[in-house]
Design a protein around this ligand. Structure first.
Ligand SMILES: C=CC1=C(C)c2cc3[nH]c(cc4nc(cc5[nH]c(cc1n2)c(C)c5CCC(=O)O)C(CCC(=O)O)=C4C)c(C)c3C=C
Ligand SMILES: [Fe+2]
Ligand SMILES: [Fe+2]
Length: 310
């Protein structure tokens, strides 16, 4: 029994620990009505199966290049452990959307621990229906009876302590002698979803503005500060400019990438940014190409969490 403690549940996407789990990840993701916005479950599941069949082998090749697993699970685990060391008032748990540990198992554990008050913190700084809403809806939908009270954080991109962590990481990557183009790289989203009212793009623009102002106040100068979108999947129109098009502007120049959609490193940072786009940057004649780390379980981010949940 955890006397007087509340539960803090970090929500994240999950990721593959092996090829079977990649199949599970993709199957659960493409059956999510927030991702494939097709109303009929049956039709969505046929399309999901088709996409998974087509995508699995080629996607797995990417995971083979980062040690046969996504880093998202061990890094989220580390963050949970550090929260449990440093945040007294809460017992911290994690629940993933597409791979274990799923919400129902976590709820069982919270019940066993004798806790009834739950605060959900989706590990997405900007709100999107495809991430935040999907995770919160899934968690709340798994609550088996009325004995729990649940609150959730919708977004935290305006949190000053969080933004200090991002700025510190960017500064850590700068060599004072050189001039850089800073690119905030966000995970993309189909334009159709934004047109239906998803606030992700608007919040992303605002987040970049807040961070640019903070860098300027600290007198950190860049040749340019930009926002671009990575990770397009399928034939639909996604948010623009794409990271690939953005990089074309920087032949013979230096580039620093900050992965602005993520809290812990994952396959999109370790493979896509650090391997795939690094090769593209090299082919485009970019001089220096650096990728910042996400905030992960840094002391600064733990302080930011305390501030976000207070
Ligand atoms: C097809 C639609 C997708 C939408 C919409 C989407 C939104 C979205 N995703 C993230 C964060 C992550 N996505 C990750 C992997 C990933 N995403 C998609 C598709 C969509 N994402 C796929 C198919 C995959 C798997 C990899 C691949 O096959 O390309 C991950 C990485 C998980 C890991 O394994 O480490 C993250 C994190 C955000 C923030 C977002 C919208 C705001
Ligand atoms: Fe994604
Ligand atoms: Fe990707």
């Amino acid at each position: 029994m955890q006397k007087n403690k509340k539960a803090l549940v970090l929500l994240n996407m999950g990721g593959a620990r092996n090829k079977d789990e990649l199949k599970m990840f993709l199957t659960n993701m493409f059956n999510d009505e927030n991702i494939l916005t097709i109303n009929m479950d049956f039709l969505r599941s046929i399309i999901a199966n088709f996409i998974v069949k087509k995508r699995l082998d080629s996607a797995w090749e990417n995971y083979e290049k980062i040690g046969n697993a996504s880093p998202i699970n061990p890094l989220t685990e580390k963050l949970v452990n550090k929260c449990n060391e440093k945040i007294e008032e809460f017992k911290t748990y994690q629940a993933m959307r597409y791979t274990p540990p799923f919400a129902n198992e976590v709820l069982e554990q919270i019940k066993k621990d004798g806790i009834s008050e739950i605060l959900l913190l989706p590990l997405y700084p900007q709100f999107s229906t495809t991430t935040t809403k999907s995770s919160v809806q899934d968690f709340i939908g798994n609550i088996p009876y009325e004995g729990f009270t649940v609150k959730y954080i919708e977004e935290f991109y305006k949190n000053d302590k969080f933004n200090d962590c991002i700025v510190d990481e960017i500064i850590r990557n700068i060599d004072d002698e050189k001039e850089y183009n800073l690119v905030f790289s966000a995970h993309g989203l189909p334009q159709k979803i934004v047109k239906k009212g998803d606030p992700y793009e608007e919040q992303m623009n605002e987040h970049v503005e807040i961070l640019s102002k903070k860098l300027d106040e600290k007198k950190i100068k860049f040749k340019s500060i930009n926002l671009a979108y990575q990770s397009k999947v399928g034939p639909m129109k996604w948010l623009e400019p794409s990271l690939e098009d953005m990089l074309k502007n920087f032949k013979d120049e230096n580039v620093i990438i900050y992965p602005i959609s993520f809290i812990v490193d994952n396959s999109e940072t370790d493979f896509e940014l650090d391997i795939e786009y690094r090769e593209i940057a090299h082919e485009l004649g970019i001089k220096e190409y650096k990728v910042c780390r996400c905030v992960n379980d840094s002391d600064g981010f733990i302080e930011a969490i305390k501030d976000i949940i207070k």
